[in-house]
Design a protein around this ligand. Structure first.
Ligand SMILES: [Zn+2]
Length: 148
């Protein structure tokens, strides 16, 4: 029991406070179910460069194996060769912000906060990461510049 707790302590030592065990495994299993129901051919993940350094379930190996699991789990997904892609995985967060602006993404409608609520707290890891990304990109965040 103590050995198991020691292992857990070592693993969690380097995890952000917002870490949720096996989150991506759950999300991609759910996405596979939706893909089968909706006849989708691609499952798109929004992972960015650096996620794979922190999360075991954000590595190329994970996505390759997850796709195999989806194909083993569903004849339809296998026959349709449904793929998992992560088009942002080579970009840092500030580069994603720049790309979003170039594509006209309504960034005022995006959510980064890790807390519940109707407004960003601007204190949690998600909010601080957003602030840093917009600052590094040299782009004004439409959410931080509204008075509503
Ligand atoms: Zn927040």
């Amino acid at each position: 029991m103590k050995e198991a707790q020691d292992i857990a302590n070592r693993v969690y030592e380097n995890m952000p406070p917002t870490y949720i065990p096996m989150r991506n495994s759950v999300f991609y299993s759910f996405a596979g179910s939706v893909a089968e129901e909706e006849n989708a051919s691609i499952i798109v993940g929004g992972h960015i460069n650096g996620d794979e350094l922190t999360f075991r379930d954000a590595t190329r190996s994970f996505f390759r194996l997850m796709q195999r699991i989806l194909w083993e789990s569903s004849d339809l997904l296998r026959l349709r060769k449904v793929r998992i892609i992560t088009p942002l995985s080579r970009l840092r967060k500030y580069q994603v912000v720049k790309k979003a602006v170039s594509l006209g993404v309504p960034l005022q409608d995006t959510w980064s906060c890790h807390r519940d609520g109707t407004r960003h707290c601007w204190e949690c890891d998600g909010c601080l990461s957003r602030i840093e990304a917009f600052n590094t990109a040299g782009i004004s965040d439409p959410l931080r510049n509204t008075k509503s």
